[in-house]
Design a protein around this ligand. Structure first.
Ligand code: ZN
Ligand code: ZN
Length: 540
């Protein structure tokens, strides 16, 4: 058993403990141990056999005992028992069908079924009707969902980090390629897919069905299967013949509209060969939304980013100090990092007053002395008050290197007022960038009512850049808006809005979102060295 397999078993155990409503700390402890095992270069089975497993972070005597059992017998007895008791396959299927975990288990118990196939048979035989709590409407919905073939979609779009983790793990275990919405870096992924190149599909389909992430199969054909996770998320596996792998990968990457416009697709072993045969230039997956057969631009690349212009520290709601964030930025290879903590109006978390801003300035100056030539910039994420004024006086803003303006409170304002509020802030001569312009949280909070066209016009007039915020829950501006902003002649900034050292690692999400908006390095402010940004224009 290698480290990845062991870690996967611990993760599965954690999921079942959660499902059983066990002590949540226990589940979390198993997840932490799994993470620790994945990241160690040492062979875990070896450590267990020689009694050294507890040297790893997150492994205490309890987990060590489980690990010994797993390494010696290939199984954890309690895990197997929980699996029997809780029927994770039915829970996953139930969630996919829109039922809660408890409801799924009750349904399975009432029908006496143990597998997805048995549930399907029971539904086909009309036995759902006899189950307490299942009305005619629910029955019809379940039967329809069970019979649905072809293109299963996640019930709610999955955020990119989880989608990548899941698709990456499945692709890694099966030696396949990630495809679907994640490969196009869609902000909320509904289609999760992996494509493998195999002459004989049977072994890879069997391995797929046995993966710890897959609790049940929704469909199975000769070269295709759809599995479902414990959370009810369907993942598609395509086992393509090697001579057709490129074609299958292009199709499984989508989008449906983009692919349909290229059909009929010629068969080829890799994607570039498919494009060559079509006489169409290879297209970066991020651009494959609307039909397109043209020559794509050279899109922004992550390595072209010279610094991060939006992050937080312990001065507001960040978890690391100015110096820790700065060192982390420097280690990422950046030339500069702007510290942009909150101002008092943000409310829920601490914000910096004028006095705090000046004291923080001294700390930043000291960090600069230690870290030169790396440049720590004095920035602020200044709240835009409901009337459009900024939360700090102009003379304080004038001292700073980089001012981001943000709407946090009062987001339900009517469109006219919200637009006027943002416009007023953009007119402030010290504002350099509008943070997360639309204020959305993916799946949780809609975009603010804001006339973006008007915002673009004012931003252009005032020379203010718009942010592409890389927090996976935000991704704001999103791709379509980036494209509109660039067409309007506005520059963008790719930022992480990091609240920890780890958070600085979200830059790929900001970059991918900018790429989805067709951004090239030339229109991204932070691809330039700091002096070029500092003197970009003389404000009034
Ligand atoms: Zn913010
Ligand atoms: Zn922020």
């Amino acid at each position: 058993m290698d480290n990845a397999e062991i870690a996967d078993r611990l993760d599965a155990f954690a999921s079942l403990l959660e499902l059983a409503d066990a002590n949540p700390y226990q589940a979390r402890a198993y997840r932490r141990a799994a993470e620790s095992i994945r990241s160690t270069p040492a062979d875990l089975a070896d450590l267990v056999r020689t009694g050294r497993a507890r040297a790893l972070r997150g492994i205490g005597p309890g987990i060590e005992a489980r690990l010994r059992e797993l390494v010696e017998t290939g199984e954890i007895a309690e895990l197997a028992e929980l699996e029997r008791e809780l029927a994770p396959g039915l829970v996953g299927l139930g969630r996919y069908l829109g039922l809660g975990a408890k409801r799924s288990v009750e349904l399975a118990g009432a029908l006496g079924v143990r597998t997805a196939d048995e549930l399907r048979e029971a539904a086909a035989a009309g036995r759902l009707r006899g189950v307490p709590g299942i009305g005619a409407k629910t029955e019809a919905r379940l039967r329809e969902a069970l019979a649905r073939e072809g293109e299963p979609r996640a019930p709610q779009g999955m955020l990119l980090p989880r989608a990548w983790e899941l698709v990456g793990a499945v692709a890694g275990a099966l030696d396949g390629e990630p495809a679907g919405d994640a490969r196009r870096w869609r902000d909320a992924c509904e289609r999760l897919a992996v494509v493998c190149s195999v002459a004989d599909p049977a072994p890879v389909l069997a391995r797929f069905a046995a993966l710890p992430q897959i609790v049940a199969l929704l469909e199975r054909a000769e070269r295709r299967a759809v599995g479902v996770t414990l959370d009810g998320v369907p993942i598609e596996l395509i086992a393509a013949a090697p001579e057709r792998f490129g074609t299958a990968l292009l199709r499984a990457t989508g989008s449906a509209a983009y692919v349909a416009a290229l059909e009929p697709l010629p068969e080829a072993t890799d994607e570039p060969a498919v494009y060559r045969a079509l006489g169409v230039a290879w297209c970066p997956p991020e651009l494959r939304e609307a039909p397109f057969r043209g020559e794509p631009p050279v899109l922004l690349r992550e390595r072209e980013i010279r610094g991060d212009l939006h992050c937080h520290t312990t001065w507001s709601d960040g978890r690391a100090t100015v110096e820790e964030m700065a060192r982390a930025g420097s280690e990422r290879g950046y030339d500069y990092l702007a510290i942009c903590d909150h101002t008092p109006a943000v409310g829920a978390v601490p914000g910096l007053t004028a006095d705090d801003v000046r004291r923080q300035g001294e700390e930043i100056a000291a960090a600069n002395e230690r870290l030169a030539p790396f440049r720590v910039l004095r920035g602020i994420e200044c709240d835009i008050l409901p009337d459009g004024r900024l939360d700090l006086p102009d003379d304080v803003l004038a001292e700073l290197d980089w001012v981001q303006a943000s709407v946090h409170g009062g987001q339900r304002m009517p469109r006219r007022e919200m637009t006027a509020r943002v416009e007023e802030a953009l007119r402030n001569p010290y504002v350099r960038c509008l943070s997360h312009p639309t204020g959305r949280y993916i799946n949780r909070r809609p975009e603010n009512a804001l006339d973006l066209e008007r915002v673009f016009a004012v931003a252009l007039e005032e020379g203010v850049a718009l942010e592409v915020n890389g927090l996976p829950l935000r991704l704001d501006l999103r791709g379509e808006h980036v494209r509109d902003a660039l067409a309007a002649g506005i520059e963008i900034v790719c930022s992480t809005d990091a609240h920890s050292v780890l958070g600085l690692g979200n830059m790929p999400y900001a970059v991918a979102t900018a790429r989805r908006g067709w951004a090239t390095a030339a229109s991204v402010v932070n691809t330039r060295p700091w002096p070029a940004i500092a003197t970009r224009r003389a404000r009034r």
